[in-house]
Design a protein around this ligand. Structure first.
Ligand code: TXA
Ligand code: MG
Length: 336
């Protein structure tokens, strides 16, 4: 299959919508990461997403909507879900809710629930509106690879596998949406993301699922199937290092070698004694989130074999960065 990469112009948005109505899969930008979209109500179209991504069948997809009425049409939302939608939609929050039967079982990987989100990206919104159906869309990477935050990343993973990628530039948030299980009076955080823990806590109590920061043992029951899989990983071995910038500099001095890189903020990269892959700015986790996945991809482009990443905090969106890096590193952390 020939994969077209086209700017997200009004004509190309219409082209994407018509492909989606025919049951095809299209790569498109959202404010978090690029998605691999198909008609959420068409099981054959949804099957094409799983095939293009090489995704395990037991990992459910998020359904993207453009209008609040669709929340009621597709799920049974408790009152709290409406309150959260008012506060954070459109935006990077996915609510896991009891699913209505219009959502095919394959979207939800057989669960009774479905993850649903209203993205704020104008291109994502326009494509959902033009297609006239909700869109199931996982991140547009091959299963296991870092999520794509540019159209070029999508092309690298999906060339020959899907007919069209819409280019909407770099994603603003850079990490995926916050996934929460919504209960009557509280929520359970399943994946930290663009909406932070304290933003959620301004609306209701939040419990953090164990899988956010801890490795799932084989056979252990999981709240979110995505927690089980190794994720976000370049081919290079990733190791997290917790310590001050000064401690990290001495650590890197002692660990230099062929193919050994450090992944740190631009400011810290300048003073390190080894090759580096910089991401974002020191003390600015939002900029680090934006560049996290392209930095992980750059590790492979530069031929890194081992990448030491300094962890500088878990506040705000820093929790999402830490959660992704933990998985990229298969939970290997060195504390200095
Ligand atoms: O920002 C995002 O959420 C992006 C953009 C494209 O919207 N999408 C995304 O989808 O990250 P994906 O498929 O890469 O990640 C969805 C995560 C997975 O970890 C999955 O297991 C979890 O959400 N999930 C989906 N439906 C669920 C459900 N019913 N119950 C529990 N977890 C669910
Ligand atoms: Mg993903």
């Amino acid at each position: 299959m020939d994969t077209k990469l086209l700017p997200a112009s009004p004509e190309n948005i219409q082209l994407a919508a018509s492909l989606l109505r025919q049951g095809e899969v299209v790569g498109l930008p959202t404010e978090t990461v690029y998605g691999l979209a198909a008609n959420a109500l068409d099981p054959d179209a949804v099957a094409r997403i799983f095939a293009a991504k090489g995704r395990p069948q037991d990992n459910p997809l998020i359904v993207h909507i453009a209008r609040i009425e669709q929340l009621e049409q597709l799920t049974h939302p408790p009152k709290l879900a409406r309150k959260l939608a008012d506060a954070f939609w459109p935006g990077p929050m996915t609510m896991v809710l009891p699913r209505r039967s219009v959502i095919p079982g394959c979207v939800a990987a057989g669960l009774d629930t479905v993850g649903i989100r209203m993205p704020s990206h104008p291109v994502a919104k326009a494509v959902i509106e033009a297609a006239g159906c909700p869109l199931a869309a996982p991140s547009a990477n091959r299963s296991g690879s870092p999520s794509p935050t540019t159209a070029a990343h999508v092309l690298a993973d999906m060339d020959g596998r899907i007919p069209l990628i819409l280019d909407g530039g770099n994603c603003e948030v850079g990490v995926e949406s916050t996934v929460i299980l919504v209960l009557e009076d509280r929520v359970r955080l399943l994946r930290p993301g663009g909406i932070t823990l304290s933003q959620l806590e301004s609306i209701c109590p939040v419990e953090m699922d164990e899988g956010v920061l801890h490795q799932i043992e084989p056979g252990q029951k999981v709240a979110s199937p995505g927690m089980k899989y190794r994720h976000y990983a370049p081919s290079a071995k990733v190791v997290l290092v917790e310590g001050s910038a000064e401690e990290f500099a001495s650590f890197m001095e002692a660990h230099q070698g062929e193919g050994v890189f450090a992944m740190v903020s631009r400011e810290e990269a300048d003073v390190l004694p080894c090759p580096t892959v910089p991401f974002g700015h020191r003390g600015d986790p939002a900029s680090q989130a934006q560049e996290l996945f392209s930095a992980l991809r750059a590790c492979d482009e530069k031929g890194a074999q081992t990448v030491y990443v300094r962890i500088s905090g878990r506040k705000g969106i820093g929790l999402a960065i830490y959660n992704r890096l933990l998985r990229a590193a298969a939970f290997q952390v060195i504390r200095l």
